[in-house]
Design a protein around this ligand. Structure first.
Ligand SMILES: Cc1cc2nc3c(=O)[nH]c(=O)nc-3n(C[C@H](O)[C@H](O)[C@H](O)COP(=O)(O)OP(=O)(O)OC[C@H]3O[C@@H](n4cnc5c(N)ncnc54)[C@H](O)[C@@H]3O)c2cc1C
Length: 441
């Protein structure tokens, strides 16, 4: 990879996408400045209101994090996070029944979102090329006179201070203003695709005896079309437990203590309610509402300025109940890294966005859409092929509650290691058929 000591890249936003992007850029640019609006590195930041809710870090993300920041998982465990094998120590309950457990050889670390972000940020800040500047709002992009090049960002409430850059990477999250800025400078409006899911979250922090988890580090009771309420319960640092409940299509969990517990009791399996029964509450339940998954098709734009790229939730913000966002950010940063390896310090936006779509966004967006479409109330096109895939995937998940090898196949797909098509493999489907046909009718 060609390294240019005098090159300067600016990243907007120090969320997971911005931090992973900074790591990718540090291999190519002599200076990388990450500009973050919030001035505190504390995880529960104003700019990230979702941070207090349970955040899975899928195994694909964990692997990328370890590749770029070797030993980060161990450091987190030393700080109080919990390590676990995804097949043995995480309890997955689908349609009311647990997936068969077994050692997968795939180890991950469970923590709160804020704790993970702090560790990622510390590792990024330790890179000699990178500076993270907090408490600075990027008010705009600096365009060349004809709008064809972005040559920096504008800081301060009135955008009067320019920070020059050879490359700007927007990782400012779902609320990114790049679509507006591009339109104002003659590039047209990026096409947006939305899938309305109306997911409501409520989260409470509790303290619970470790033995209530029977050795597990986390429990996921997954919502399914037959039981469209779900929850996650994670043992995190500080001897605390994050309990998140969610419902789709307007069926949102209440935030009063009694309503919260009743909602937990109404899930397809009692696992999370049992934890609440023996838990001591440490916080009131807090809500979050997520209206729709959103994808911005930058790869379809006819005109885009040089010197600017976008990644993370700013490109694609997914239904949170699949817990993909941070791992997805890491995958996108890997696509950025691969692109920089080819193009050096002068990336080509059209080639980058094509790669980003093919390598990261298309597969994950497709997977999320497919899962959402399994809920009859979600509006969207269901071709005969979609319906057939949904049927096969649904049967595979049921069979995974009876067969350990199928459970691992499902976990690899949930963890973004394999595409959902892996579940359609003839050998997998033969096993599904054999497993289900052994069941009494
Ligand atoms: C309720 C909920 C639950 C979720 N659960 C999970 C989960 O279990 N697992 C998972 O992986 N993902 C989960 N996600 C998704 C995850 O939170 C996001 O995908 C992830 O945070 C995306 O990271 P990002 O860096 O792109 O954006 P963000 O995390 O939103 O970070 C953007 C950053 O940019 C900063 N910023 C914004 N504008 C500016 C500006 N103009 N100038 C300077 N700085 C700016 C913000 O302050 C912020 O720090 C969940 C999301 C929600 C809503």
């Amino acid at each position: 990879m060609k390294f240019r000591a005098e090159g300067h890249a600016v990243v907007v936003g120090a969320g997971p996408a911005g931090l992973f992007a900074a790591r990718a850029l540090a291999d190519v640019f002599g200076r990388v400045t990450v500009v973050e609006r919030d001035d505190s590195a504390d995880g529960h930041r104003r700019g990230v209101p979702q941070s207090g809710h349970a955040h899975d870090f899928l195994i694909r993300g964990h692997q990328i994090a370890e590749q770029w920041f070797p030993g980060i998982g161990e450091e987190m465990v030393a700080g109080g996070a919990h390590a676990g094998d995804i097949g043995r120590d995480l309890r997955w309950v689908i349609a009311g029944r647990p997936l068969v457990k077994g050692e997968s050889g795939l180890s991950t670390v469970v923590s709160s979102r804020g704790f993970r972000e702090r560790h990622l940020r510390a590792r990024v800040e330790a890179l000699p090329q990178v500076t993270v500047v907090g408490g600075q709002d990027v008010a705009g992009l600096s365009f060349s006179g004809d709008g064809s090049v972005v040559d920096g960002v504008l800081l301060g409430s009135d955008g009067s201070r320019k920070l020059s850059a050879d490359l700007v990477v927007d990782a400012s999250g779902r609320g990114s203003r790049t679509p507006v800025w591009l339109e104002e400078h003659g590039h047209g409006r990026v096409e947006e695709e939305k899938l309305k899911v109306d997911v409501g979250y409520a989260t409470r922090i509790v303290r619970a005896p470790a033995d209530a988890f029977a050795g597990d580090v986390g429990i996921n009771v997954v919502a399914s079309p037959d039981s469209p309420r779900g929850g996650a319960c994670q043992r995190v640092e500080g001897d605390r437990v994050v309990v998140t409940l969610y419902g789709v299509l307007g069926d949102h969990p209440p935030t009063d203590a009694e309503g919260f517990n009743s909602f937990a009791k109404s899930l397809a399996a009692p696992d999370i309610y049992r934890i609440l029964e023996v838990a001591e509450p440490l916080s009131e339940p807090r809500r979050y509402r997520f209206p729709a998954s959103l994808r911005r098709h930058y790869e379809r734009m006819g005109s885009f300025p040089r010197g600017l790229l976008v990644l993370g939730d700013a490109v694609c913000s997914l239904n949170p109940r699949y817990g993909q966002g941070m791992a997805f950010s890491a995958m996108q940063a890997l696509a950025l890294h691969d692109h920089l390896r080819e193009e050096g310090e002068a990336p080509q936006p059209d080639a980058y966005f094509r790669r980003l779509a093919e390598q990261a966004v298309d597969p994950v967006w497709g997977m999320t859409l497919l899962s959402d479409l399994s809920f009859p109330g979600v509006q969207g096109e269901r071709t005969p092929e979609t319906l057939q895939v949904l049927e096969l995937v649904g049967r595979t998940q049921v069979a995974a509650t009876l067969d350990g090898s199928l459970a691992l196949s499902c976990l690899r797909v949930f963890g973004l290691l394999d595409p959902p098509t892996a579940l359609l493999d003839p050998a997998v489907q033969k096993r599904v058929h054999e497993t289900l046909s052994r069941q009494p009718a």
